[in-house]
Design a protein around this ligand. Structure first.
Ligand code: AHR
Length: 664
């Protein structure tokens, strides 16, 4: 036993995460048949699902700090209030709808402040997060309409104290964008922005914006760095976008329309977010979609992450949990055209209409789109009718694009069976199955895909998460509390079944991805954040362990010649990486007792060193990570001693283990 190995074991024991007492003495043998590679694991196997829910985009990963920057919320001054000297001016909201239907409103500010000042305060999304010494890029569109008011902007802390200020350019007579940079002198989680004018006169302002300079890849107007880094650390194989029910809209007028999310940000038409009022008990009231994170930014993010883009498009159906409104038969072709145009936007030459726009936005090279989802959680014959029209036209024009079809929101039942009965014979490319179920379901269903037809459509496990019921009395309402180790452990056990069936299951994604601790509608979620901090849940680390140890081919994992699929609470799957020549075993102990095994290799021998065991476990199944306590459930890595063709392993109670064994 090496000294570092002993130290890790002692640390795990001290932390209460590993107990050696009462453990068996490597009596049972698990066979890893290295010489029997089976399915190729697709690069898309472990992906992510992004939906603008829980303030994931505006107020979340899209780093804009100003809420309602263009006064287009249904209440035009929501998020804003007058500030400065009382009576030293007034604000009028003006609508130029005919001239600018995408961005009709602006604010007309009259100033009679002389040497004092008058203006507007913006509260941000549950406040604005500022970091000490951080530089912030301010911009607004403005024009002077009378006199010569001069302006400044001030960053303020929770109490209204000045933590950074700068003058802003005085606008000329024509609409133009003006910029300024301000530095924060303190770290503040819930600050705000004041825009103050002195002198006498009037001006019009619009698109008032403030971004941290330090965004992901330092892109101006870009994404929040810490949140994208957490996504990058997952090495996702694909990014599903923009959802989720948001694709469908509560009605068709409020569906997601990708064409309204590209081009200049000031020309993107804002709409109310469907999650603004979906759940009465968690209705934020101020949840809108500015589309600052639109389809261009999405494709760019996928590229940054090295992930395949997987857009899900509206197929002419609004959410069937809401209005269930459908597009008239004659109208469906418009929706199909949107899909065809999106393929052109992503992949078309720069001489094409949509390819040209992509190039103008900064990406002349194609984004290499290869898949498209038709509808989100649709069901019944109205879906099949629309799906078939999409399939017919898209396959004719773009046979290279794989299509993803829906089997509704549930993992079984009449609707599910009906849709499968239609999709199976039509040889659909991918079928998108969803399951938000209790942990017990995940344990029982780890062999779900063992029985699926190997020649049928491929599976996209497009949305899943183990949902724990928590009684009101036991729920302290902290968002992260539902992301318990119990839920993550059950998902890990289930995911061994996904991996074992990698010939059929070629994509999967936990859902939803992101949630603001003060503005969520749905939980559990993979990552929680506030205005400054972010934290991966235990479920996040489960996803990460699988995704970062994907391998290239599955291999059989057996005990007594039977696949290890939950016998005595132990679930396992394994892959090999044929390039790096490593065995990557995922083994989950769902019992409350430690367990010991001998891993026996067939068809290969270990290289004798550098084997490792990554352990993810917790003291209690109810443990969770929070912003204040982010490291409660986190993987720990330890070296493993490997003999020529076998390796002894100890599995802590309730643990996910990834065992890496170099082989030759
Ligand atoms: O992930 C949250 C929601 O769950 C999605 O929007 C929807 O597709 C599903 O019902």
């Amino acid at each position: 036993m090496t000294i570092p190995f002993m130290k890790t074991i002692l640390n795990l024991i001290a932390a209460g995460l590993l107990s050696l007492s009462g453990s068996a003495s490597f009596a049972q043998t698990i066979t890893l048949s290295v010489n029997k590679p089976q399915a190729a694991v697709q690069p898309t196997m472990w992906g992510i699902f992004f939906e603008d829910i829980n303030f994931s985009a505006d107020g979340g990963i899209y780093a804009e700090l100003v809420k309602n920057r263009s006064f287009e919320f249904s209440q035009p001054l929501m998020g804003w209030k007058e500030t400065g000297k009382k009576g030293a001016g007034n604000i009028l909201i003006v609508n130029r709808g005919n001239d600018n239907p995408a961005n009709p409103r602006f604010a007309h500010i009259t100033v009679q402040a002389g040497d004092s000042s008058y203006g507007l305060y913006n509260e941000g999304f549950r406040g604005m997060g500022f970091k000490k010494d951080g530089r912030y890029n301010f911009s607004f569109r403005a024009r002077n309409t009378a006199g010569n008011p001069t302006g400044k902007l001030i960053l303020v802390d929770e109490k209204g104290a000045n933590i950074g200020e700068t003058t802003i350019p005085s606008p000329g007579k024509e609409w133009k964008q003006y910029t300024a940079v301000v530095t924060a002198s303190a770290t503040v989680a819930k600050g705000g922005l004041q825009l103050l004018f002195s002198g006498n006169g009037s001006l019009d302002i619009d698109m008032v914006s403030l971004f941290p300079e330090d965004t992901w890849k330092q892109r101006p107007g870009g994404l929040r760095k810490d949140l994208v880094q957490l996504l990058a650390d997952l090495h996702p194989g694909f990014v599903r976008f923009p959802g989720g029910c948001i694709v469908e809209g509560r009605d068709l007028a409020n569906r997601y329309q990708w064409k309204k999310t590209v081009g200049k940000v000031e020309d993107r038409t804002l709409i109310v977010n469907r999650w603004n009022t979906e759940f009465a008990h968690r209705a934020p009231g101020d949840y809108f979609q500015s589309y600052g994170l639109g389809f261009y930014e999405y494709f760019q993010l996928s590229e940054d992450l090295g992930a395949a883009p997987l857009p899900i498009l509206n197929c002419g159906m609004a959410c069937q949990f809401n209005t269930g409104e459908v597009a008239a038969d004659d109208d469906v072709s418009r929706y199909i055209q949107d899909a065809i145009d999106l393929i052109e936007f992503a992949n078309g030459g720069t001489e094409t209409k949509w390819g040209k726009l992509r190039a103008e936005m900064g990406h002349p090279k194609p984004f290499n789109l290869q898949m498209l989802g038709v509808g989100n959680e649709q069901w019944d014959s109205q879906y099949i009718a629309r799906y078939q029209r999409f399939e017919q036209e898209l396959k004719a024009k773009h046979p290279e694009i794989k299509l993803v079809s829906s089997v509704g929101p549930f993992s079984s039942g009449e609707r599910f069976e009906y849709l499968w009965s239609k999709l199976r014979p039509s040889k659909a490319d991918f079928v998108d199955e969803h399951y938000y179920m209790p942990p017990e379901w995940f344990l029982k269903n780890s062999n779900r895909y063992d029985k699926y037809d190997r020649k049928g459509p491929k599976i996209f496990a497009g949305e899943y998460a183990a949902h724990i019921k928590v009684s009101k009395e036991n729920d302290n309402e902290k968002g992260e509390t539902r992301n318990t180790w119990e839920s993550a452990l059950a998902e890990a056990a289930f995911m061994t079944g996904l991996e074992r069936n990698a010939d059929v299951v070629q994509m999967s994604s936990y859902a939803p991805l992101l949630a603001h601790v003060e503005a969520w509608q749905w939980r559990p979620d993979l990552i929680w954040f506030d205005n400054l901090r972010s934290v991966g849940t235990p479920n996040y680390y489960v996803q990460q362990l699988f995704a970062n140890n994907k391998g290239t081919h599955t291999i059989p994992v057996t005990v007594n010649n039977l696949p290890l699929t939950g016998q005595e609470g132990i679930y396992a799957s394994a892959t090999i990486d044929q390039q790096s020549r490593k065995i990557l075993l995922k083994i989950v102990n769902t019992t409350g007792k430690p367990a010991n095994y001998k891993l026996a290799l067939t068809g290969a021998v270990t290289t004798g060193n550098a084997a490792t065991q990554q352990v993810l476990t917790a003291k209690d199944k109810g443990d969770f990570n929070s912003l204040d306590n982010p490291g409660v459930v986190k993987p720990v890595e330890q070296p493993l001693k490997a003999a020529k063709s076998n390796v002894d392993v100890s599995l802590a109670a309730n643990s996910l283990n990834v065992i890496t064994i170099p082989y030759k």
